[in-house]
Design a protein around this ligand. Structure first.
Ligand code: ADP
Ligand code: MG
Length: 329
């Protein structure tokens, strides 16, 4: 038998470099921006996967809203939910957009015959009966939506309780199910119509995705006014708790400027995490997967995990009705 020299007889843990060390050795001192990016991502991936997400004390109900289309609402609702589910949280996604993009991206059946949130809104089915489980995460439940929902807005418009329909259905479900959700995300349609009002009535928090582009803040005033109206007329517990800059491109000064402008106006609610513009994020839905399941090591997956962790660490805002109670005591 060939003798083994001392140099090669070290234990595997001594001889195998971690992926990080390899990257540091190759790129650590170089000025290569690709290298620096890989090194940086690998460190961030390690950091965000090694921490335990704090579990909220009660269910946090978060509406992802912005009446502008294409700013990253669905992508954010889908990928934050997946990041939380991956971290062991129990999550429910309510797809409230007739386009059903969140249902598609989470691999949920939502053809015309499939029971959906449309049946829930119109009182034909309870949430329990239409819920499906995301194939990639067993703690991620989804209430699907489909194009039929677009008819609901008109069909419910004359009902006296037209803004309460989702809330009534969710209250009923939560009071009867044994499941204890940590997070409920509502993916809103790009409008300020009745479906969005139903979402804002049931939510306690609003997360507003802001796309890093020209006119990023245009139309925001109208959204904020609608939310204030909802706060003052029928949901005093609603808080705009977070803003998240999406499709951020580090190479452009425009992205930085948009971030800084949002920070100037809304310093306390803007998340530090930003979501990069990344092809992998936009192609994941065509594989019926979140970026977390589709390419968990990609820059987009890392960024959504970081955003989720930041949201978990911030915790829920104190409910207005709670601190008013304390104030009166
Ligand atoms: P909204 O729900 O606000 O209408 P979406 O989440 O559907 O917006 O995003 C709009 C489009 O932009 C989709 O095609 C989506 O795949 C793409 N997209 C969203 N976020 C990113 C990103 N970070 N990088 C690249 N493409 C993105
Ligand atoms: Mg959408």
């Amino acid at each position: 038998m060939a003798s083994v020299s001392r140099e090669t007889s070290s234990t595997p843990s001594e001889s195998i470099e971690s992926a990080n060390e390899v990257l540091r050795r190759i790129f650590g001192d170089s000025n290569s921006s690709l290298g620096a990016d890989l090194f940086d991502e690998s460190e961030r991936m390690q950091k965000v996967s090694s921490v335990k997400f704090p579990r909220p004390r009660r269910t946090r109900i978060i509406a992802v809203a912005n009446q502008k289309g294409g700013v990253g609402k669905t992508t954010t609702a889908v990928n934050l939910s997946s990041a939380f589910a991956e971290a062991g949280m129990k999550v429910l996604v309510l797809d409230m957009d007739p386009q059903g993009n969140a249902s598609t991206a989470l691999g949920i059946e939502h053809s015309g015959d499939t029971p959906s949130v449309y049946d829930v809104i119109e009182g034909r089915q309870g949430i329990e009966e239409v819920i499906q489980v995301c194939p990639d995460f067993k703690t991620l439940d989804v209430v699907p939506s489909n194009i039929d929902l677009s008819g609901a807005e008109l069909e419910i418009s004359t009902l006296p309780n037209r803004t309460d329909l989702l809330k009534n259905a969710l209250d009923e479900y939560l009071s009867t199910t044994r499941k204890k959700y940590d997070y409920i995300f509502i993916d809103c349609a790009p409008s300020l119509g009745l479906l969005v009002l139903n979402a804002l009535k049931v939510a306690e928090e609003v997360l507003i995705p802001i796309q890093a582009e020209y006119y990023a803040l245009e139309g925001l005033g109208q959204l904020l006014k609608t939310i204030q109206l909802v706060q003052s007329s029928f949901n005093p517990d609603l808080e705009i708790s977070m803003m998240l800059v999406t499709m951020y491109d580090r190479r452009t000064s425009l992205s930085r400027e948009v971030y800084e402008e949002v920070q100037r106006h809304y310093p306390s609610i803007l998340l530090k995490a930003t979501i990069p513009r990344a092809v992998r994020i936009s192609e994941a839905p065509s594989f019926a997967q979140s970026i977390i399941a589709y390419d968990g090591k990609s820059s987009g997956a890392i960024a959504y995990r970081e955003a989720a962790l930041e949201i978990a660490r911030r915790g829920a805002p104190v409910k207005r009705s709670e601190y008013e109670k304390v104030g009166k005591a």
